[in-house]
Design a binder for this molecule. Structure first.
Ligand SMILES: *[C@@H]1O[C@H](CO)[C@@H](O)[C@H](O)[C@H]1NC(C)=O
Length: 376
C-alpha cells in the first residue's frame, strides 16, 4: 500500500525495475537484436550524443525512478579516476586499482577504465558514497570471486559492468567504504548486494552465473533504480527486502522476490522462468506495468508466486497493469482494491512505454558494446 512510502522508517524499500531483460537458466534464448531500435528514455539522454565520451558525467542526469536524478554525483568537485591495474589488494589497495577508486577516495569520484580487463576481487568491494563506476566503451568483467557491495552508502551509480561467477566470501578484513580497514562478516555470492543503501542507480550491467542471486536489495535499502540490465542464466535473480530467511533456505528458482515495501516493475521482458517470475511475502506492494511475460514452453505459466502460511501471507498486493502475456503466461493479481501508485516526484517520474514496444526497448539491455567510433 502507498502508506509504506510514508512510513516513519525512512528505509522502507522503494525500488523501480525497468527495461530489463530476464532470461532464465536452461534456455537457449538469445537476446534479440533489433536493428533500428527505439532508444528508451534513459539511453536517449546520453547515447544520442556522439560526443558522450567527452561528457561522461552527463549520465548522472539521465536516471529516473526512485533513485531520482543522480546530480549529487557530479559538479566541480568531482574527481576523475582511471583504473589502470586489474589487481586487487583488499587491505592496502594500490593506486590505479578499482578498490582504490571505489573505497579509498572519498567524495565525488567518477571511475573509468583504461582498457578491457577482468578484475578478480579478493574480497567484496565496498563502494563509497558519491562514487560512479562507469564501464562504458571498455569490456570490464568483475568475475570469478568476490563482487560488489554497497553498505551504508548513498549516491552510487554502477554502469556498464559485466559481473559474473561471484562466489561466497568468508569473514575477513577489507577496506571499508570510508577508507578505513574493517572486519566484514560472511557474504553470499551475489553480484551486487545492497545493505542499508539509498539513492542507488544500477544501469546497463550484465549479470550472470553467480552462486547466490544476482541482485540482493536488503530491507533497509531504499530509493533504488535498476534499469537496462540483462539478468541472464540464473535461477534466483533478484531478492528485494529479504529478512525472513525463506527463499535461501528453500533454494527457490525465482526472478524477482519482494518482501515489504514497494516495487514498480516496468517495461521489462521476461523470457521464460522456472517456477515463477515475481514472488512476494511479508505484505509487499507491487505494480507490474507494461511488461512482456513470455511463459516457458513447459512448466509453470504463472508469473506470480506468494508465500502462504505466514501471518502476513494474505495481505499481498500484486497488480498487473497493461502487461502483455505470451505463450500462455498468466498473472494472478490481487482482486479488487486500488492499484498502489509509485508516488514519484518530478525527478523520479518517467513515461511508461507501451508493452508492445518492450522487445525493442530492452534490445540493448546489459553492458553495451560500443564501436571504435564510440557509438554505443
Ligand atoms: C528517498 O527519496 C525521497 C524523495 O527524493 C526523499 O524524500 C527521501 O529522504 C529518500 N530517502 C532516503 C533514505 O534517502
Amino acid at each position: 500500500m502507498a502508506s509504506h512510502l510514508t512510513h516513519s522508517n525512512q528505509y522502507v524499500l522503494a525500488i523501480v525495475i525497468a527495461i530489463i531483460v530476464f532470461t532464465p537458466k536452461l534456455t537457449s534464448a538469445k537476446k534479440s537484436k533489433i536493428i533500428g531500435l527505439k532508444m528508451n528514455v534513459i539511453d536517449k539522454c546520453w547515447r544520442s550524443d556522439p560526443e558522450w565520451r567527452k561528457h561522461r558525467p552527463q549520465l548522472a542526469t539521465c536516471s529516473m525512478g526512485y533513485a531520482g536524478k543522480m546530480t549529487n554525483n557530479i559538479g566541480e568537485d568531482l574527481v576523475h579516476y582511471k583504473v589502470t591495474d586489474p589487481s586487487d589488494d583488499p587491505i592496502n589497495p594500490k593506486q590505479g586499482t578499482l578498490r582504490y577508486g571505489a573505497s579509498v577516495i572519498q567524495g565525488k569520484v567518477w571511475i573509468t577504465f583504461q582498457r578491457d580487463m577482468v578484475i578478480r576481487l579478493m574480497r567484496p568491494l565496498l563502494i563509497s558514497s558519491f562514487t560512479t563506476i562507469d564501464g562504458r566503451r571498455v569490456n570490464v568483467h568483475i568475475a570469478h570471486n568476490a563482487c560488489l557491495m554497497i553498505y551504508k552508502a548513498t549516491n552510487i551509480i554502477i554502469h556498464g559492468l559485466r559481473i559474473h561467477h561471484c562466489k561466497p566470501q568468508a569473514p575477513g578484513m577489507v577496506m571499508g567504504s570510508n577508507g578505513k580497514v574493517m572486519p566484514l562478516g560472511q557474504v553470499d555470492g551475489d553480484a551486487i548486494r545492497l545493505v542499508t543503501a539509498s539513492k542507488i542507480w544500477i544501469d546497463h550491467n550484465t549479470l550472470y552465473n553467480c552462486q547466490d542471486g544476482l541482485l540482493d536489495v536488503t530491507r533497509g535499502s531504499t530509493n533504488v533504480t535498476v534499469s537496462n540490465n540483462w539478468f541472464r542464466f540464473q535461477n534466483k535473480v533478484m531478492l528485494l527486502g529479504h529478512d525472513d530467511g525463506y527463499i535461501r533456505d528453500h533454494k527457490m528458482k525465482v526472478t524477482v522476490v519482494i518482501r515489504h515495501g514497494y516495487a514498480h516493475v516496468v517495461n521489462n521482458m521476461y523470457l521464460g522462468w522456472l517456477q515463477y517470475a515475481i514472488g512476494g511475502s511479508m505484505e509487499p506492494s507491487l505494480k507490474s506495468e507494461a511488461n512482456l511475460f513470455i511463459a516457458p514452453t513447459s512448466g509453470s505459466k504463472e508469473v506470480t508466486w506468494r508465500k502462504v502460511g505466514n501471518t502476513n501471507g494474505n495481505k499481498w498486493q500484486f497488480h498487473s497493469v497493461k502487461d502483455i502475456f505470451e505463450n500462455g503466461a498468466s498473472f494472478k493479481a490481487t482482486k479488487g482494491g486500488y492499484v498502489p501508485k509509485p508516488n514519484y516526484n518530478r525527478d523520479q517520474a518517467f513515461k511508461v512505454a507501451d508493452a508492445k514496444s518492450v522487445r525493442s526497448l530492452t534490445s540493448s539491455s546489459g553492458a553495451l558494446r560500443c564501436s571504435k567510433t564510440s557509438i554505443c
